[in-house]
Design a protein around this ligand. Sequence first.
Ligand code: ACM
Ligand code: ZN
Length: 543
Amino acid sequence: MKKLYITLLFVAFLIASCSKKEPKEFSIIPQPQSFEIGNLEFKFDNNAIILFEENNELEWQALYLKDLIFNSFGLVVSTSPIKDVRNSSKIFLRINKVPDNKGAESYSLSINESEVTIIANTAQGTFYGIQSLYQVLLSSKLTVDHDKMQVMVPSMEIIDKPLFPYRGMHLDVARHMFPVEFIKKYIDILAFYKFNTFHWHLTEDQGWRIEIKKYPKLTEISSMRKETLIGHYGDKPHKYDGKPYGGYYTQDEVKEIVKYAADRQITIIPEIEMPGHSLAALAAYPELGCTGGPYEVATKWGVFKDIYCTKEGTFEFLENVLLEVMELFPSTYIHIGGDEAPKARWKECPTCQAVIDREGLKDEHELQSYFIQRMEKFLNGHGRSIIGWDEILEGGLAPNATVMSWRGIDGGIAAAKDGHDAIMTPGSHCYFDHYQADRKTEPLAIGGYTTLKKVYSYNPIPDSLTASEAKHILGAQGNVWTEYMETPEYVEYMILPRMAALAEVTWSGKKDWNSFKKKINKHFDIYKKLSYNYCDHPFETNK
Ligand code: ACM
Ligand code: ZN
């Protein structure tokens, strides 16, 4: 009898463990910190109702979730502020009455047979809960029961929060420009993978892409180049297409995009490049250069000798530009560039040399530091903080600056050791303009070789930092320079699936390559469903 009992228990255990679904089947990327699947099922059908706590953001999110469900399955669910309802399927969006200690971005998602509850300390958290639910839904199947469409989702408990506070993606819209609709799609992809920052690279040698009302020539002249290099920069002699190219975002479009991102819990950090990568601005306002020009908007890629002169007129111009930029972008951070500014013109310019003398500076690197520190003081005075590429370390770091480490990780290490915050974007792991598979068969790219696995292997915290220094590493960002990306489809191809790997690096931290590989194959189906273009052979290993 006892034997039979033990056997029955064992069989019961086997049945229970077989019917328990493997969590990874749901392929949530980034992997939640804790994820358990149960045996019950919740039914999404058109009797389901989303009940939100009365709060503008949650009301917006309820409608957003309703749209996601409709777009995925054609199912229409209803929404309402929380009240007693008799519907059998309720989806709650709630904010904790008393915040727990898990932080602003944490959430829990709990599904049983009659209720889905997303609860968080803030609307940021509930938004991420919605993204996890959306990914679960996208991996589920629509079935028909008695002529009624329904999607059955297993019961589950997810408790989740991100590892890093800064999870960014960058986009260069200057080398190539993309329509507003695509910028929104890009933001949707960021939201899907729980990124919280979009670094919008708006000005370059090859084009100025933001309307500044005080300086109309920035849009009349700086936004257009007369032609564009054909093929790779390394192919000599250089050939050009002979076609004018350009465009810009109006302030109304910028506002629309900033709002679109904010609804999706994404902060946009605008980048206005200085003192280098400024040829397009100089083409319109040659008096801001050391030689006085004439200059023309660049038609090929690279680094150009002509940069802003350190004369007073330049500071006046940039401050006026930034005043309009700050009106449009509420982000605390403003990115001021700072990279790749050759010092040749400053060496020969009497005005720049006079500034060096007047300020008691040692050399042109200190002059760059003076330039950046002046801009920092201006922006700090308006309640903003600067981020700059790691060259801003040269000649002395501005007192409150955050460093974006791109020439490897040393800039990030130096900044953190010096008590400054840093964001890691090393070319080796975070440049999504690099090839991701065999370059012999890939579309043209700038160079490099940054596979999905390499991105996935990245740890933003350098080994050489102590625990307290490591706290200055805010997170990581994928950079998307678009010299060789002319179309939205190609941008999508270069970021997907690599940004999924970066999402797991910055949100989840724990690494399981084999499980991630399986999940990526499932996400390929999602990309097809959502019309996202992607690289479908990211596991190739030969160069
Ligand atoms: C950079 O890639 N020039 C920051
Ligand atoms: Zn000068």
